[in-house]
Design a binder for this molecule. Sequence first.
Ligand SMILES: Nc1ncnc2c1ncn2[C@@H]1O[C@H](COP(=O)(O)OP(=O)(O)O)[C@@H](O)[C@H]1O
Ligand SMILES: [Mg+2]
Length: 249
Amino acid sequence: MSAAAPAVRAVNLVKIYQTGGLPVPAVRGVDLTVEAGEFVAIMGPSGSGKSTLVHMLGGLDTRTSGEIWIEGTRADTLSESGWALLRRRNIGFVFQFFNLVDNMTVADNVELPALLGGSTAKHARERREYLLGELGLTGKADVAPSRLSGGEQQRVALARALSNHPRVLLADEPTGNLDSRNTRDVLRLLGEVHRQGQTIVLVTHDARVAGLADRVVTLLDGQIVDDGAIGLPRRRTKGGPGDVVELRG
Ligand SMILES: Nc1ncnc2c1ncn2[C@@H]1O[C@H](COP(=O)(O)OP(=O)(O)O)[C@@H](O)[C@H]1O
Ligand SMILES: [Mg+2]
């Protein structure tokens, strides 16, 4: 593992779902390198493979073929327990559907990844207080997640994903259920942790969220059709569909 290794690297990554015998290609040969400290937004229409891609990058879905590297370590060949260990140490994940543990308080949900990652109880508590504070959730620390609104649960899920200072934050539409004020809180926190060096790979439909990123990658039918730094000339990775995708505005 070298310090210069990219945070995340996918090489010719492919996912073909087999449902009822009918193959559904969801990700079709994605090459993606995310450098340490980079903030990459993944955009694209519904069904273009965004969730499948980030799930594979976090080991939550198996790949059909191709390679995944996390910080210079080959990850796609890991067992489920190997992935679990890698996630505990290196990856924070915000799911589209939160996956909070309801028989634990909000505070315990947020502290759990830090404690599993080896933080002291004091550090885990301080980190939780900081994250819930930034997200306007200080008053909700002692309740069960099911007592919260969808938008509140989504922010708790973000706090949980950041609690163990993950090397990489993977997030699938983390503002999908938020009104504009809460979106602002999430944007402020994402910007802040990014400035502190947090690597972020985030799926979003929201141009304001993508606007915070260093780079926007656009998927269409399971392939990257556009990959460019904000404000710089875009690199077209493939001919054809890339030519009709326009991200500006
Ligand atoms: N578990 C699954 N089984 C079969 N097909 C799936 C499954 N999950 C996603 N797909 C299909 O894979 C494609 C990409 O889906 P997804 O990654 O969820 O796209 P997005 O997140 O961009 O909306 C879609 O055609 C979707 O129907
Ligand atoms: Mg999705």
